[in-house]
Design a protein around this ligand. Structure first.
Ligand code: GRF
Length: 316
């Protein structure tokens, strides 16, 4: 299976970057580091990455417009072939355009148990509040600072007499455990058949009057007592693919889709011209798009009385 390709953005010491990099050396690790980039040409972490033979890029943000600086970073990240971005002590607020481009594929590590203590001075805040535990979180990056969904956390007990520095050092150890693990889980689920099936299930069962059965060993979604509109093909006849099969208009649309992207679309064996196979295991599945495919497929088999009801509902 192809590994996810990670670009890490840092501004300083880069100890989290190093933790990700060393974890990536394990043969079972589902990601590899393709770039370490920084807004601080003096960042210590750049030297570590270079010594490890990783491509590095530094571009100071001084005297450059934020959007332009972000665009320069984005270009390098794309050029390095990255599929995901891991922020690891990157001390820059990112422009909305940059965040949008990497939405769902950019993670960050933060030294607190989010949603507590967003921003800076997290350790002192936890001590001042008399908290028993501090910790760290890995979360998805959204436009609002430190507010994307939390993917994983580790709690770290506060010891009597802890200063912010002492606590920070211990939380760092936890960070180094957490980040590689959460990143590995996150990039793996995008190709994990069970996770992909669950995603399809959620979208398919959101269609009106739909249910799930098993057909020819495949999870199969249809209209209750009616026709089927989707299947999840799981290594069917050992083809190694995880794919969504949905209805299409016929041979012409099938050929056009396959022609547009031969890796993603295929003619599902035994299903004929009225169906298309869409690979879900390429690591970049657009789930909004899959939702649209399922709705279209549902509509293609739904009885008139149901589609009419939907049309009327749609008018309100
Ligand atoms: C870490 O504490 C991380 O949680 C925060 O910035 C710090 C980066 O440290 N976002 P390092 O450069 O990885 O050592």
């Amino acid at each position: 299976m192809a590994k996810a390709k990670i670009a890490i953005l840092i501004s300083g010491a880069g100890t989290n970057m190093a933790a990700l990099l060393y974890a990536a050396k394990h043969p079972d690790c589902p990601y590899e580091i393709v770039l370490v980039a920084s807004n601080n040409p003096q960042a210590e972490g750049l030297k570590i990455a270079a010594a490890e033979g990783i491509e590095t890029f530094a571009q100071s943000h001084e005297h450059i417009d934020r959007a332009v600086h972000d665009a320069m970073m984005h270009d390098r990240i794309v050029h390095a072939g990255a599929t995901h971005v891991a922020l690891a002590g990157y001390m820059r607020i990112l422009s909305e355009a940059f965040v949008e481009k990497w939405e769902g594929r950019m993670l960050n590590i933060h030294p607190s148990l989010l949603p507590r203590y967003k921003g800076l001075n997290t350790h002192q805040s936890a001590i001042d509040a008399g908290d028993q535990v501090a910790g760290c979180s890995v979360h998805l990056v959204t436009a609002e600072l430190d507010s994307g969904s939390v993917l994983g956390q580790i709690e770290v007990a506060i010891v009597e007499g802890d200063t912010a520095d002492i606590l920070a050092a211990r939380v760092k150890m936890a960070e180094h455990q957490l980040y590689p693990r959460v990143l590995a889980e996150y990039v793996s689920r995008a190709i994990d058949p069970a996770w992909l099936t669950a995603k399809v299930r959620e979208l398919a069962l959101a269609q009106p009057e739909s249910d799930e059965v098993t057909s020819h060993g495949m999870p199969c979604f249809g209209i209750i007592g009616g026709k089927k509109f989707a299947y999840v093909s799981l290594d069917h006849h050992g083809d190694g693919k995880t794919a969504l099969l949905v209805k299409i208009s016929g041979a012409e649309e099938q050929a056009m889709l396959i022609d547009s992207d031969e890796e993603r679309y295929y003619r599902p064996a035994y299903f004929g011209d009225g169906w298309i196979g869409i690979r879900l295991d390429l690591g970049d599945t657009d789930w909004d798009h899959m939702g649209e495919w399922l709705a279209k497929s549902w509509r293609a088999v739904a009885p008139k009385k149901l589609t009419k009801l939907m049309d009327v509902a749609g008018e309100f």
